[in-house]
Design a protein around this ligand. Structure first.
Ligand SMILES: Nc1ncnc2c1ncn2[C@@H]1O[C@H](COP(=O)(O)OP(=O)(O)O)[C@@H](O)[C@H]1O
Ligand SMILES: [Mg+2]
Length: 335
């Protein structure tokens, strides 16, 4: 028998990105004494695209808005403006059944495994809750599904009888991943999934997420303040500073040719022994300015070794570097 002739398509099928974030803004009003109401500029105009099957890393110092971006992107917190498209659908405009289906498709992996589960509940009970909430399966089928996801994360079925305190940190974090997988999502947002773990457990969880991604065809947003976490697993990396994304690049380019002085400083600070960063760039000094009143112009100018006058007045536009895939928002990018 001969192989079927290839189908002659006029054009390759178009496959748009799975997730598109357009100019997303999220400010939190806070009372601040005499000055009355002020707003925390947690996420301040972020645009991103995440391709199907891609792992996008999101890095930046603590407090720069990563978790707020994650929650807003997932629709867990309403955005002030901007929008998020999941597979072409604006998540804020969905209702009823469509919204429920979307909720299943997008799951969050929490950072602190201890607070992720009710301490008084056996893992089996905690894992059954999302299935029950979505009215999925009989009791028995739910039990099977729970056993299946536990196996996928490398835990045996007997874990359903354990209380959170009867598990190690690494085991509990696996259970957190299992819970995120229960509803067969297509997109996982992992918010600092390894920050509560030691180095060996961190490597295990990252490997596990990488394997699951391939096996299940997942798309991942991997959030961390630690560049070491995104160093191996991500296809591309976005760098965030004070509510804004300031550089996006394929992983190798970001680590080998960081173009934004903030990215360079972050690399030098968090990977001091890496050949790329060693001695080349100045490390990060001082604290980031308050997100209650972010600096005018480029937000990094108050800490930037390269800052010139216009950095303090004019917000930098995006520009490509050596490749179009590598974008940076800086007036003076490059080494
Ligand atoms: N619910 C909230 N109310 C007020 N401020 C908030 C709230 N959530 C986050 N923030 C503020 O938004 C900023 C970004 O926080 P977050 O998104 O948690 O950053 P990251 O995850 O990068 O550490 C911080 O200044 C934080 O204090
Ligand atoms: Mg966070």
């Amino acid at each position: 028998m001969t192989a079927p002739a290839p189908v002659d398509l006029p054009m390759p099928a178009r496959r748009g990105p799975l997730v598109v974030v357009e100019d997303l803004v999220k400010h939190f009003p806070v009372a601040s004494g005499l000055r009355g109401k002020r707003r925390v500029h947690s996420v301040d105009g972020v645009s991103l695209e995440i391709a199907r099957g891609e792992v996008l890393g999101l890095v930046g110092e603590s407090g720069c808005g990563k978790s707020t971006l994650a929650r807003t992107l997932l629709g867990l917190t309403p955005a002030d403006s901007g929008r998020v498209l999941f597979d072409g659908t604006d998540i804020a405009r969905t209702k009823g059944r469509e919204r429920k289906a979307l909720r299943r498709s997008m799951q969050l992996v929490f950072q602190d495994p201890l607070s992720a589960f009710d301490p008084k509940m056996r893992l089996g009970t905690s894992l059954e809750a999302p299935l029950a909430q979505h009215g999925l399966g009989t009791r028995e089928e739910r039990g099977q599904r729970i056993a299946e996801v536990l196996e996928q994360v490398g835990l045996d079925e007997s874990f359903v009888h354990r209380l959170p305190r009867e598990c190690s940190g690494g085991q509990l974090q696996r259970a957190v991943v299992a819970r995120a997988l229960l509803l067969q999502p297509r997109f996982l947002v992992c918010d600092e999934p390894t920050s509560a773990l030691d180095a060996s457990n961190r490597a295990h969880i990252l490997n596990l997420l990488g394997e699951l991604k391939d096996q299940l065809g997942l798309t991942l947003l991997m959030i961390s303040h630690d560049l070491r976490v995104v160093r191996h697993i991500c296809d591309r990396v976005a760098v965030m500073y004070l509510g804004k994304v300031i550089e996006v690049a394929p992983r190798h380019e970001l680590f080998e040719q960081p173009a934004h002085p903030y990215t360079q400083a972050l690399l030098a600070s968090s990977l001091p022994d890496s050949p790329e960063a060693r001695g080349t760039f100045s490390t990060l000094k001082g604290e980031p300015p308050s997100p209650l009143s972010p600096p005018a112009g480029c937000r990094f100018h108050t800490r930037c070794p390269k800052a010139q006058q216009r950095c303090g007045t004019q917000a930098p536009a995006w520009s490509g570097t050596t490749t179009e895939q590598h974008q940076v928002a800086c007036h003076f990018p490059g080494p």
